[in-house]
Design a binder for this molecule. Sequence first.
Ligand SMILES: *Cc1c(COP(=O)(O)O)cnc(C)c1O
Length: 389
Amino acid sequence: MFDLSPGLKALDAAHRRRTLRVAAGRHGVERPVDGRPLLSFCSNDYLGLAGHPALAEALTAGVQEYGVGAGAAHLVSGHTEAHQALEQELAAFTGRPRALLFSTGYMANLGLISALLGRGDTLVQDRLNHASLADAGILSRAKVRRFAHADPQAAEAALGQAPAGRRLLATDGVFSMDGDLAPLPQLARICTQGDAWLMVDDAHGLGVLGATGRGSLEHFGLDAKAVPVLMGTLGKALGVFGAFVAGGDELIETLIHRARSYVYTTAMPPALCQAVRAALRLTAAEPWRRQRLRELTGRFRERAQALGLPLMPSQTPIQPLLAGSETRALAWSRALEQAGIQVTAIRPPTVPEGQSRLRITFSAEHTDEQLDRLLEALARLPESAGEGA
Ligand SMILES: *Cc1c(COP(=O)(O)O)cnc(C)c1O
């Protein structure tokens, strides 16, 4: 029989055991966690839409109209008018001919990469890309070359060593645990020169960056020619669930036939599509949400700097504080919780060895007073708590 206890004991010894926290009530910045009200600074609900009444209403109306489940995969009988309309709206939103829904971002990356690449092809990717892109590389059987984080020269060198065959350079638009941006204009140029396609996973850029929330590409002014493959998720800034790939007609037709995580899985519930459509309308109609995020981020960085906190170079609503060891990150997280604030400690393997951190994120819903509460609690963090333990 399997003996699983040594593995779990090793996690405990390395201070890497995780515990599930149980939240109650409608999603928002303040709600009970394990029965005690906490002010959260660690959700990806950047625009404050996950608990928004307009989304709840759209979802409820969607359930009345379509029922709950899609009943089958898209290609069998699960593809409804709601899926079709959302795909068209996502294509328009991203300025591309077509978009294709996937049930999660993880599945979108697995399906996309393994549909485009196989043996003899090369996936060049940033060292800090999301785990789903790392796993997608393995699944695809392509040769995987990882380059130094956000380093265009390293990317160019990796691409230069790729054998004949297809070459795809994949990068997060905004890095999920660091909050910094990929050097997309440089990567786009390298791909054009190196006869490669550039794929951007914009899970944390979409809805947040750019004047109209179209994400990292809008931020840099890059079009579909520079970035032919765009992946986005619907469970972060858009507040719902699911993901999509946007691109040209041939790309989408290829995915419909070859992306196994699209073909062999049940379509997402149509009511969820109706909720995402409501989120897209709010994203366009309420630019103050993005403006508010910029204000909160700017104010936080200014005051955190004055406090001497270990900020990282991020201009997005993802603002990590580097702790180093697991024990220090855990001690910081516990101290914040004692002050009524929830910020989960992020530890390996989610981040590299020795780079445990608090990953603070902002929501457009956070008030100035709540930001003050966070900063006051951070100012009282135990300086070297747990270090060397
Ligand atoms: C969250 C995330 C994903 C996965 O998306 P899900 O819809 O949560 O499965 C993929 N890529 C990045 C960069 C992410 O942050």
